[in-house]
Write a protein that binds this ligand. Sequence first.
Ligand code: UDP
Length: 265
Amino acid sequence: MSRRRQIYEGKAKILYEGPEPGTIIQYFKDDATAFNAQKKGTINGKGVINNRISEYVFTRLNHIGVPTHFIRRLNMREQLVRQVEIVPIEVVVRNVAAGSICQRLGLTEGEPLPHTLIEYCLKDDALGDPKISEEEIACFNWAGSEEMADISSMAIRINDFLCGMFAAIDIRLIDFKLEFGRLWDGDYSRIILADEISPDGCRLWDMTTGEKLDKDRFRRDLGGEEEAYREVARRLGLLTEDSGPGEVLDMAHHRGRLRGAIKKK
Ligand code: UDP
């Protein structure tokens, strides 16, 4: 069997040519980076968990009518997706102050924002993904005005859905990042949700204890990142169906370790 053609290797995923034209395979790695890849490491099992979480979230978004690139999960670390032209903008949705907005505007982490904010950053590692205005997006034609209307309304809809989905499992959705793509059909394209939604690109805090269940555990050297990612998957009901009693026992062990890791800080 010949090896598949690799299209692109990113920080957390590898993209391969898919089995049919217009499809791509996303392979989820355990590699983790932070601060524009100045900090590098691995989170054991992250790729497997993120593949499952993203599959679950994209499937549910598809069910409520949000168009996404997701077709189906292929195996533990891979999913089949539609090939799109990625819009070179990272769309950040914020409900509560955390991360860069705290430094930029002098806000206290955990302060609820008066209303949900959408921010745009240019996808450009060399420039450190700078924040950009809608005026700049229009000026440099990174996305058209109709595309931006679709992107912002989808981002708000996704946020409303995800806030409810996570609240139901006792998790507060603080902020998250989305990427969109153009799905071409002849001369026309439409905007669909692409990339992934996982604890790599979201801030997720336990509603009761405030524990961080996301990549901030890695960014801030808090420890317990494997357990935190697994905890999110477990609460979503993703770790029980395929797992035997050993796995269930294992989760109890992991939960104990997560609590231990968090108490130490
Ligand atoms: N985010 C991301 N990739 C990036 C930048 C941000 O996934 O390159 C996510 C991040 O995980 C958080 C949200 O977007 O959930 C807002 O991030 P922020 O702008 O505060 O940047 P950070 O402090 O994470 O660098």
